[in-house]
Write a protein that binds this ligand. Structure first.
Ligand code: 13P
Length: 335
């Protein structure tokens, strides 16, 4: 087993999943504004340190994705944040893209940037304790989009990123996110997501990326958030599994879904059905941002000194998601 494959498996085995806490300062500011908390360095660290020192870190969380600001911070105990995360048995990860910018040639779409200087930045992150990374390509669905150009340009960037990350001794999370926003059908989402994922693996192969040392972070197949079509978790699971079986090479060890704006319960219930129906060799788990954090954030904002109460809420969500990744979740467990 290669070293990279070992790291990937450590992050996602035994029902463990990933805590995506890599919101950029701008995104984190939106999240904190929404609960009337001032977004400064101290408060961002305070909330994140509460999560990283919760008990579910040991039992449920295999990896944490950080943002540049956080990987350089120290916890209240004096440990660096990567030391705190590693002490729980989880692996430290880092978002290395520099965000999605307007795509020249199709200026209503986005291209993710951050390849220039990436080789040097990766050495720095490795030395700070990171052993896996994330890069997110983003695609919207309308009658015209995603365009061939955006599918091709983002796949190319994801593959060049993944090759550089492996060269630096870390596991790349490949995240092509087809957004839920819009009035499209689940069938549209299925078709577009299939095309996007297929193109990513064509490029990964061309760039000689060792697939066993990667993790895919895709969206689930859902109808658009403003569509009237409502699918059951079973239907979502069936379409999602078909899309992944058709387009993801079997060498990929695991798939960790993003929550993408689904409610906590939707993200949990859909993952549970995917795990129950999983007839592939891929490990299926979560790499959730909002679906792990939003209830804890809301509670914390009422009293930012209530560490235990906030951890209880976060631990519950992490436990529910870990049950779901093993197909052992049911609505009753939420009570
Ligand atoms: P959500 O689960 O909130 O979609 O965040 C996951 C993520 O890392 C998106 O890039």
């Amino acid at each position: 087993m290669s070293e990279l494959n070992k790291i990937a498996l450590k992050i996602i085995s035994n029902g463990k999943g990933i805590l995506a806490a890599d919101e950029s300062t701008a995104t984190m500011t939106n999240r904190l504004d929404s609960v009337n908390i001032i977004s400064n360095e101290k408060n961002r660290l305070l909330f994140r340190e509460i999560l990283f020192s919760s008990s579910s870190m040991k039992s449920c969380i295999g990896g944490v994705i950080l943002y540049d600001e956080t990987i350089r911070q120290k916890s209240s105990s004096g440990k660096t944040i990567p030391e705190l995360i590693n002490s729980t048995g989880a692996v430290t990860g880092i978002k290395v893209d520099t965000g999605a910018k307007v795509l020249a040639g199709s200026n209503k779409e986005k291209i993710t940037e951050g390849l220039d200087g990436l080789r040097e930045r990766l050495i720095d992150y490795y030395n700070l304790g990171a052993r896996f990374t994330k890069w997110r390509g983003v695609y919207k669905i309308t009658d015209r989009y995603p365009s061939k150009l955006s599918i091709s340009a983002n796949a190319h960037a994801l593959a060049r990123y993944a090759a550089l990350v492996q060269e630096a001794g870390m596991v790349p999370i490949v995240e092509p996110e087809v957004l839920m926003e819009g009035s499209h059908s689940a069938e549209d989402c299925f078709n577009k997501t299939s095309e996007v994922i297929k193109k990513c693996y064509d490029e990964l192969e061309l760039n000689k990326v060792e697939l066993k040392g990667t993790i895919l972070k895709p969206n689930m197949i859902l109808s658009g958030s403003s569509s009237s079509e409502k699918l059951s978790s079973t239907e979502i699971a069936e379409m999602t599994l078909k899309c992944l079986k058709d387009n993801v090479p079997s060498e990929v060890p695991g798939i960790a879904f993003l929550s993408g704006g689904q409610s906590d319960i939707e993200a949990t219930s859909n993952l549970n059905q995917i795990s129950l129906k999983n007839d592939t060799n891929f490990i299926m788990t979560y790499s959730y941002g909002r679906a792990l954090q939003q209830s804890a954030l809301k509670f914390w904002s009422k009293d930012i000194n209530n560490k235990e109460g906030t951890q209880e809420i976060f631990d519950h969500r992490a436990k529910m998601c870990t049950f779901a990744s093993q197909g052992k979740w049911s609505e009753n467990l939420e009570k």
